[in-house]
Design a protein around this ligand. Structure first.
Ligand SMILES: C[C@@](CO)(OP(=O)(O)O)[C@H](O)COP(=O)(O)OP(=O)(O)OC[C@H]1O[C@@H](n2ccc(N)nc2=O)[C@H](O)[C@@H]1O
Ligand SMILES: Nc1ncnc2c1ncn2[C@@H]1O[C@H](COP(=O)(O)OP(=O)(O)O)[C@@H](O)[C@H]1O
Length: 287
């Protein structure tokens, strides 16, 4: 038996950091939504009692460091599963990009193994197990559009944003999320208005969504990697309706309503950046 799943990327329409916690994590408030750029996960039963990972990208680890491996190990140990699995990951989402590719692979693995191993766990139970793997995994278990709080694992579903294009542009650098949080100066942040963003989404007010985009981590990543800020400036210059860095970066996304404008932004960006994608917002929950 083989199970195939889609593991979509996310973008952060708002990302605010409130304070640093005793446990070293930061208390956040984020609005996250899924887009239709996705890795493919294939889960196949193995006779041998082990977890084997096979990844299409050579530089992504295929051992215990892989987040999909960690998802399988967590379920296997907790529910005493005595059979093995081969996890094949076809990467389409750029790595270390602020798009939660690894977290989404882990989330899809949790969903898929729940079926393959007939564990009968609810989606909420899977999301809560996901939080043990990483802060973004819970959101990725559900997908859709949500307000994420705590260290990112407390999920409240909200409505999907109105349909639009999302141009993603990733400069050729990988960003360490831990390094970005470590370098964040909490004193002089310009906090995004999360409630305003939620009501803009609820009212399908596209211009307000575009004007309310905000991410406090931009201050850190732009300083560490000035080329990320330049990509943001280019995207604005080519006419995207709203532009923001996703997560800890370095991917910058631009929202665009009309196809002709989308093509202008997409083609313009390709002159500066190899990794450019034009995708759609996919903010409805799939589970
Ligand atoms: C910034 C965000 C925004 O969605 O995404 P990415 O840029 O990674 O996609 C997330 O907060 C990232 O989530 P995730 O990538 O799952 O982070 P984790 O593996 O849990 O943590 C990596 C490291 O980031 C720091 N960290 C993470 C989350 C948080 N709320 N506070 C933190 O300080 C910690 O140093 C932690 O060791
Ligand atoms: N399945 C996976 N896909 C991508 N990266 C993974 C995976 N498992 C572990 N990693 C590691 O996780 C780190 C961050 O990956 P990723 O999720 O792509 O970035 P981000 O958290 O910025 O969205 C990388 O260092 C990568 O080596």
């Amino acid at each position: 038996m083989k199970i195939s799943l889609k593991a979509p990327a996310k973008i952060n329409l708002s990302l605010d950091v409130l304070h640093k916690r005793e446990d070293g994590f930061h208390e956040v408030e984020m609005i996250m939504t899924t887009v239709d750029l996705a890795d493919r996960i294939e889960l196949t039963r193995l006779e041998e009692n082990r977890i084997k990972v096979d990844v299409s990208e050579g530089f992504v680890p295929n051992d215990h460091r892989n987040l999909a491996y960690q998802a399988a190990k967590l379920l296997k140990d907790r529910y005493n599963v005595s059979e093995g699995v081969l996890i094949h990951i076809r990467k389409n989402i750029p790595v270390s990009a602020g798009l939660a590719g690894g977290s989404s692979d882990a989330a899809a693995t949790l969903r898929g193994l729940n079926e393959l191993w007939n564990l009968q766990l609810s989606i909420d139970e899977l999301a809560s197990l996901g939080a043990q793997i990483g802060s973004d995994v819970s959101f990725c278990v559900y997908g859709g559009t949500a307000l994420a709080t705590g260290r990112g694992e407390k999920i409240k579903h909200i409505s999907a944003p109105p349909p639009c294009w999302v141009i993603l542009a990733k400069p050729p650098i990988g960003v360490s999320t831990a390094e970005v949080y470590r370098n964040l100066k909490l004193e002089h942040l310009k906090h995004p208005n999360i409630n305003q963003m939620i009501s803009a989404i609820d009212n399908a007010d596209y211009p307000l969504i575009c004007s309310e985009l905000g991410n406090v981590l931009e201050t850190v990543t732009f300083k560490l990697y000035p080329q990320v800020q330049r990509i943001k400036e280019q995207m604005i210059r080519f006419g995207a309706d709203g532009v923001l860095m996703s997560g800890s970066g370095p991917t910058v996304f631009g929202l665009v309503k009309h196809e002709s404008r989308m093509l202008r932004v997409y083609n313009g960006l390709r002159g500066f950046c190899n990794d450019v994608y034009a995708v759609r917002v996919m903010g409805e929950r799939y589970y």
